[in-house]
Design a protein around this ligand. Structure first.
Ligand SMILES: [Fe+2]
Ligand SMILES: [Fe+2]
Length: 184
């Protein structure tokens, strides 16, 4: 169902822009990590890039409505440094989403009784908490010149829930079945 209230609609547009850019940024930084000899950190970036795409897609659907043009203003982290620096950019972006952006957006959607937007913001907020933590783990390894220890990364294609080395029977955030998770 399409969003009805202007404020929540603005937040959905902004979050769509932010997630779209995060999607691209992580692909770029993932390629840098691989070149630097950190294939697992590269894989983490690639997998989380997919999670951000899931969020962007969810927000886009909630905007709904007829075809329209809109200028989107969204925060984005820029910079092409070494992997340790890129991971700091990733941590900063995720923490901004966890500590400020999504809690505010979620409250607005709740206040305006926008159930679809509420669901979409909630999904993103829960995944970004995990992302901030995983990027911090990756940065600790990279600071010592080491790759992150992981075999695979699993992403829920409904909500973007992110987990290392094996999917749960049901997604703890949205309830999706294990078989639905995308493996990286
Ligand atoms: Fe994220
Ligand atoms: Fe999920």
């Amino acid at each position: 169902m399409a969003v009805k209230n202007a404020m929540t609609s603005d937040f959905l547009h902004s979050a769509y822009g932010g997630e779209s850019m995060a999607h691209m940024r992580y692909l770029t930084w993932g390629a840098v990590a691989e070149k630097e000899g950190f294939p697992n950190i590269g894989k983490l970036f690639e997998a989380i890039s997919f999670a951000e795409r899931v969020h962007a897609n969810n927000h886009f659907k909630e905007i709904g409505g007829a075809t329209s043009d809109a200028t989107v203003t969204a925060g984005a982290v820029f910079g092409m440094g070494k992997t340790v620096d890129n991971l700091q950019g990733a941590i900063n972006g995720e923490l901004h989403e966890v500590e400020q952006m999504y809690p505010v957006y979620l409250n607005a959607a709740e206040f305006q009784a926008e159930q679809g937007a509420k669901r979409s913001f909630h999904f993103a907020l829960e995944a970004e908490k995990i992302h901030a933590d995983l990027f911090a783990q990756a940065q600790n390894a990279a600071k010592e010149g080491k790759d992150m220890e992981l075999k695979s990364v699993y992403i829920c294609p409904v909500c973007g829930h992110t987990v290392l080395d094996g999917a749960p029977d049901n997604c703890p955030v949205c309830g999706a079945k294990k078989e639905m998770y995308k493996k990286f």
